[in-house]
Ligand binder design. Structure first.
Ligand code: FAD
Length: 415
């Protein structure tokens, strides 16, 4: 087996397959393994898998298990709705936790090492071709590698994706700034780390939560870039960050100086694609389904992809150790694209809801305030067990139209 890409998706898949007894070689283009960025949120549909991998205790120890996830209005700071994460853990059987990306990546890397994955760096894959009994990849230096199956986890700018579709990343014109701050002093010391909080505002939002047992405050500030909308190549600069949050409350604006102001992430996704397998090559992770990050499921979907492959390998391994790969890839193809299509579509819709202004913003706030904290209708489809067969995919929730907000409550919210 070859896995291309050593991000969270590639490492998760390599581990899922190696623990089933397969010989896995992972090819990463960078000269060293690592993750750039700050925190990542892991919902129960991911911590359930980490538990299956024997990694949940370590993830808990390295991360933070918050008590609540709260949405507030970024303009006035008022609470709109919340999830009780302790109750949520009881409902789904596994915790919602937040962890540093580099800690999660390192945990998966060590799990791969323990499972005997051959981990190779400085291997950029530039081409894919079918062979009589598998697939061949070509590296940038001209060498080739061959395997029965190749899993392409080569991220947003995937080369392998060209095997199934001729498309390009879609710019959202939004940009993310990230930052981590020690919580020992200053503003970060005043923040309640038992909460994951998102402040949603017109064209912008700020997320914060604790990391590393509460040693660090992680913040993500996201906004729509006027320069991107105007077609300017130099978009997302720090002056735009400050301007985007001008109309938000003191607490939100107070977080901006703590962002890393020398780097930013332009937010792209791609339109869903429903075919992920071409011969013996299968797409996985962002290569198959890069989302906007609003429902925090990108890395989770990638980890689920790997787990689903591993489970189907286990189901289709004969007594002599041979794997029925056409059946495994068909099972993967049958179940994952539809789930991820739903996540991609919901992520876009959720982002639009967060960033509303004017009357739609007030309608949203009325609807969110009326939601019962213990109503899980909007997350049941996401946080339950990862489906292995299409019949196990839970039904989607029914969206609530903004126009259904009660007019008497709307009139009150104007005052
Ligand atoms: C601001 C922000 C916040 C987010 N928050 C969350 C969150 O809270 N929860 C969550 O689940 N997700 C979140 N995500 C999404 C998540 O980060 C990604 O979906 C996830 O990291 C994708 O992992 P991946 O391994 O598929 O791709 P990548 O992380 O892009 O990894 C691809 C790997 O392949 C390598 N590679 C690329 N091309 C080649 C090649 N040709 N040959 C060899 N190697 C190659 C790369 O070097 C890299 O190591 C967030 C994203 C952003 C931007």
């Amino acid at each position: 087996m070859i896995v291309v890409g050593g991000g969270i998706g590639g490492l998760g898949a390599a581990y899922a397959l190696a623990r089933r007894g397969l010989a896995v070689r992972l090819l990463e283009k960078a000269s060293a393994f690592g993750e750039v960025g700050a925190g990542i949120q892991l919902a129960p549909n991911c911590t359930r898998i980490l538990d299956d991998y024997g990694l949940l205790d370590e993830a808990r120890a390295r991360g933070v298990v918050p008590d609540a996830m709260i949405m507030r209005d970024a303009v006035d700071g008022a609470e709109l709705t919340r999830l009780d994460l302790r109750d949520l853990e009881r409902r789904y059987g596994f915790p919602y936790l937040v962890i540093h990306r580099s800690d999660l990546h390192a945990m998966l890397l060590r799990a791969c090492e323990r499972a005997g994955v051959e981990l190779l760096t400085s291997r950029r894959v530039v081409g894919y071709a079918g062979t009589e009994d598998g697939a061949r990849v070509t590296l940038a230096d001209g060498r080739t590698e061959q395997a029965r199956v190749v899993i392409a986890a080569d991220g947003l700018h995937s080369v392998a994706r060209g095997l199934v579709v001729d498309d390009a990343p879609v710019s959202s014109a939004y940009v993310a700034y990230r930052g981590t701050t020690p919580t020992a002093s200053g503003r970060a010391a005043t923040v309640d780390l038992s909460e994951v909080v998102v402040y949603v505002g017109p064209g912008c939002h700020l997320v914060h939560y604790g990391l590393r047992g509460g040693e660090l405050l992680n913040q993500v500030a996201v906004f729509e870039s006027p320069k991107a909308l105007a077609g300017d190549a130099d978009w997302g600069t720090p002056d735009e960050l400050d301007a985007a949050f001008e109309g938000t409350c003191d607490f939100v604006r107070g977080g901006l100086p703590d962002m890393w102001r020398d780097k930013w992430w332009r937010m792209y996704d791609r339109d869903p694609v429903m075919t992920w397998v071409s011969g013996s090559v299968a797409l996985l992770g962002d290569a198959a389904h890069p989302p906007l990050q609003y429902i925090a499921q990108g890395a989770i979907m990638a980890i689920e992809d790997g787990w689903v492959l591993g489970e189907h390998v286990a189901r289709r391994t004969a007594a002599d150790g041979s794997v029925d790969w056409p059946a495994v890839l068909a099972a993967y193809q049958a179940v994952r694209p539809e789930h991820c299509r739903r996540v991609l579509a919901t992520s876009r819709a959720w982002g639009e809801l967060w960033h509303l202004d004017g009357l739609p913003r007030r309608q949203r706030n009325v609807l969110l305030r009326e939601r019962d904290t213990y109503d899980y209708a909007f997350v049941d489809w996401l946080y339950g067990p990862t489906a292995l067969d299409p019949a196990d995919e839970p039904p989607m929730f029914a969206p609530v139209p903004l126009a259904s907000a009660r007019t008497d409550a709307l009139a009150e919210s104007r005052s």
